[in-house]
Ligand binder design. Structure first.
Ligand code: HEM
Length: 234
């Protein structure tokens, strides 16, 4: 399904688009059934509105007691979350590992930071929020990885007001030398001082009202994964 997101949308047999459309229709059928099951459970009061995303969206009502989010919108939203919730963080973690392998000095600094945290825990004790807050260098490594390898390399927006362009295009270049000296160098230290990066010149998670809602979750996933990978494997 994901393979067909970027090719030219021509529905011809044996093309990415064609395979993608068929896969998409199978996924939509599965999701429709899932939404139907959740609706029944909600009506029978065997589910609570906050137990999962679909049930939450189904249970949103306005003052006239009408559903706020339609079934079609729920299907689109869940499909979106399934793709952006998985492929993004798994790719980020993969590239962090690749860049650590290629930059032994950075790997050593990450290892020392994570080792210190691991030493402060008893065997099997889980990581806490405080531990994650201490992983500052590791998060800079993740940020630098997102600068070198922007995962979400574009987005589409329709201009709200009439202007010269029907489609709004805003360029932001993570390899701009005036903002990131020696841009091709992998250097997590450039994120030590957040003020050195002008606002909106590096927006891996977007910004404004459409800011990626998964960005805090990505931070947790990435830091926890890197912690266990560098402390338990060499
Ligand atoms: C490294 C990982 C990730 C990156 C770099 C990333 C980046 C982005 C970007 C750039 C946008 C568009 C923001 C905009 O339109 O201005 C976005 C939207 C979104 N992201 Fe993420 N994301 C990541 C992981 C996740 C995860 C793990 C989830 C869910 C668990 C998620 C859920 C979403 C959703 C639902 C939207 C659409 C928000 C909307 O249109 O209002 N993302 N993300």
């Amino acid at each position: 399904m994901v393979e067909g997101m970027w090719p030219i949308p021509v529905d011809l047999p044996f093309t990415h688009s064609n395979r993608s459309l068929r896969a998409c229709s199978r996924v939509q059928d599965m999701l429709k059934e899932l939404v139907r099951e959740k609706k029944v459970k909600l009506e029978q009061h065997t589910a609570t509105p906050h137990q999962d995303l679909i049930t939450y969206l189904l249970s949103k009502h306005n003052e006239e007691n009408e559903r706020v989010v339609t079934d079609k919108e729920i299907l689109h939203y869940i499909t979106l979350v399934m793709i952006v919730g998985h492929d993004t963080s798994s790719i980020l973690i993969t590239f962090v590992l690749r860049l650590l392998y290629k930059n032994p000095a950075v790997y050593k600094a990450v290892f020392l930071e994570q080792e210190e945290i691991a030493r402060s825990k008893t065997s099997g004790e889980p990581l806490t929020w405080e531990d994650l807050a201490r992983m500052k260098y590791t998060w800079r490594v993740a940020m630098e990885t997102l600068r070198i390898v922007p995962l979400v390399f574009g987005g589409f927006r329709l201009a709200l007001r009439d202007n010269d362009y029907g489609l709004l295009g805003i360029k932001h270049d993570t390899l701009d030398e005036s903002i990131f000296p020696e841009p091709s160098k992998f250097d997590p230290a450039r994120f030590e001082d957040q003020n050195s990066v002008p606002s909106y010149s590096f927006i891996p998670f977007g910004g404004g009202p459409c800011l990626c809602p998964g960005n805090d979750f990505v931070r947790i996933e990435t830091l926890v994964a890197i912690h266990y990978l560098v402390t338990q494997y060499s």
